[in-house]
Design a binder for this molecule. Structure first.
Ligand code: TRP
Length: 384
């Protein structure tokens, strides 16, 4: 079934709870979720804390995942996810996701899985060796990790999600999900599963926010992040030491703005030109500021101070909201429980429909199983 043919518009998205969420998550996905939530255009929004997926490369440290469940929920609530409008649920407590993953494993080849670019780069980052021979110096490739795109397909399809707002690195996951949906519906001649559409951030810098050090991606493992829960002093220190332009030694030297993180972050976080009038009135807009930097005569410290003001406009309200929820972790837990109860219900319905399409829903199907057996037996008698 194509998303546009469905009546309901359903969002499913999620994160691995391997640590606190950072600004890369915020601009790449969280900010958009809140906008979509508040647009009123969606019938249902589900946000999945993907703890099972997190275990695929942290199986030896489940405590780390456990400790980050509440942390990630707090991050969601503090950016403006509203529990009256969106469900937040925990993956491992939703049994239908496991069952669907098992059926979908049959819909994909290991060759196809090894072509997934996101999995390939994550394997390289984790030192997992994908070759068919095992070797003592490198970690082998865990089957659970290798197949996590299949489990992610189960996440998306179990909720019958029509829209999946995620960062650009998740594109291959969505392609994989669409292929599995088509294969399932074709094989079992049904239209139970829905093909999801990805929703990428509109601004190119927001799609993949580089780290403070200028490396391709803001990522916990690279240690180049600003966390949503960082206090003002930490944020200030991180911004004051971020990577700019190594050739811009004296203020009067001409500088580069491409690859200069201060300007990259301004591209991602500036909301409108009135922020110049408020904090840096000598420029009307970012173009004028960049022009001055390129020509020479604009110092990094001044640029960084301006960026700090801009970043704090985003971070301060998040911090304030977080401070409220922190007072009442019991209700954060209850929000997770309510979202998970809802998820169990809707995903069980999808699982039942899938099993019915495969005709393996034996215990719902006694009359036809009995009738089929009798017909089959009769036929075999006649044949004798
Ligand atoms: N793979 C996603 C990430 O690493 C997390 C995730 C798990 C997810 N299941 C999902 C995202 C379903 C969107 C939809 O961030």
């Amino acid at each position: 079934m194509l998303a546009k043919d469905c009546e309901k518009k359903i969002i499913l998205t999620g994160d691995r709870p391997t640590g606190k969420l950072h600004l890369g998550h915020y601009v790449g996905s969280l900010m958009r979720r809140v906008e979509l939530q508040n647009s009123g255009k969606f019938d249902e929004i589900n946000i999945l804390v993907a703890d099972d997926q997190a275990l695929t490369d942290n199986w030896d440290n489940p405590k780390k995942i456990r400790d980050n469940i509440i942390e990630v929920a707090l991050d969601y609530l503090s950016v403006g996810i509203d529990p009256d409008k969106s469900f937040i649920c925990i993956q491992s407590a939703i049994p239908a996701l496991h069952a669907l993953t098992f059926y979908y494993m049959n819909m994909v080849t290991t060759q196809r899985l090894s072509r997934n670019p996101t999995v390939k780069s994550e394997m390289a980052l984790r030192g997992f060796n994908g070759s068919s021979t095992e070797n003592d110096n490198e970690a082998g490739l865990p089957a659970g990790f290798f197949t996590y795109p299949v489990s992610q397909t189960a996440d998306i399809t179990a909720f019958k999600a029509t829209n999946v707002p995620v960062g650009e690195d998740q594109l291959p996951m969505l392609e994989q999900a669409k292929e599995i949906v088509r294969k399932f519906n074709n094989t079992y001649n049904c239209d139970v599963l829905v093909e999801p559409d990805i929703m990428l951030p509109e601004n190119a810098t927001q799609r993949r926010l580089p780290g403070l050090d200028g490396k391709a991606k803001m990522s916990k493992s690279l240690g180049n992040c600003i966390y949503l829960s960082d206090d003002p002093k930490t944020v200030k220190n991180k911004i004051m030491s971020m990577y700019t332009d190594p050739t811009h030694i004296n203020i009067s030297d001409p500088g580069h703005v491409d690859g200069n993180m201060v300007f990259t972050y301004l591209d991602a976080f500036l909301k409108d030109d009135s922020q110049f009038a408020e904090y840096l009135p000598e420029y009307k807009n970012l173009d004028e500021m960049k022009e001055h930097y390129l020509k020479g005569g604009l110092g990094d410290v001044k640029c960084k101070k301006f960026l700090l003001k801009i970043m704090e406009e985003t971070l301060e309200p998040i911090r304030a909201e977080r401070a409220k929820w922190v007072q009442d972790i019991g209700s954060v837990f209850d929000i997770l429980k309510a979202g998970t109860d809802h998820a169990v219900k809707v995903t069980n319905e999808t699982l039942n429909e899938c099993r019915a399409a495969m005709r393996i829903n034996y215990f719902d199907d006694k009359p036809s199983i009995v009738a089929d057996w009798e017909a089959w037996e009769k036929e075999s008698h006649q044949a004798q």
